[in-house]
Design a protein around this ligand. Sequence first.
Ligand SMILES: [Zn+2]
Length: 356
Amino acid sequence: MISRRFLTPLVMAHLALWPATWSHAGDTRIKVVASLPNLGSIATAIGGDRIELTTIAIGTQDAHFVDPKPSYMVKLRNADLLLINGLDLEIGWIPPLTQGARNSRILLGAPGYVDCSAGIPVLEIPSILSRTEGDVHPYGNPHYMADPLIAETVVGTITEALRKADPASASYYDDRRKAFVRQLHEAMFGKDLVALVGGAKLAREATSGTLDAFLDGTNIGGAPLRTKLGGWVGKMQPAKGKPVVCYHKDYSYFARSFGLDVVEYVEPKPGIQPSAKHLEDLTERLKRGDVHLIITRPYVEHRSTDWLAERTGVKILTLPLEVGGSPGATDYFKLFDFVTDRILSALSEPAAAGGR
Ligand SMILES: [Zn+2]
């Protein structure tokens, strides 16, 4: 990729007359299209002013079911990179869009087709690949962006794709990746703990499920390291082990990192609305009284959750899963600030007695 500052006015004039062969005439920024807002937020953080970003879905849409409008094909036609979540999350809309866009740079298998699920530890991989009865998670749980530690791998994937598309700016992308990962570790564990131990060590311990043992078993100045724990993980300690019900199976990664215990789902299978029998069974489960919260999303039907709340008094909390899914969630960091705030305050309020 040629940086604009190295182009003479004469060359710039020639490029302007060259629209059929080089779509970037007059603009040297890498054209990036992100399928979803969380990926778009990370692309902006790494690509800065060297990229021109278009995000297809908005945060209040269900990522499984986006309408593949022709206007999106136009956006894809000139793209250098397409960032997708993968694991079939966008199976209903990205393939028709890329086929319609007729841009060989971003077709499956081309360097510009960037599947951000590469290298992530996928949860809930079924033993048999099946879409029977409409299961929308046939390759395992695709909602990995709900775990900030997995975002670190995604940041690496996006940085590598940008470096390949624009080698002249490689060090720019690398510097921004390092800054983002440091910010992510500090947001996750708190600045003090990251300064003492290093973010990479904490991320490794958290990912292997040994963070608690490490924090309790290591003393600094006579006090356990746990006393230095801050960030989202520190803030979410009161929520650890708390049983919740989720509408859709989209909080498995989040729950693993933050210690929530998702005991049931309103959907009997991902993508399948509940039957009357399933709702009755859930009501019985909720009447045990240990679950105080049903976490749902802005784009799913509310009839079932309202019905459950009326019968059991369990609180309904509608949370965004993507950047832009609520007014406060304006980037990937603010999304987790917002979500952790809302979960904590909902869990700390007393449960309504006996339903409403
Ligand atoms: Zn899903």
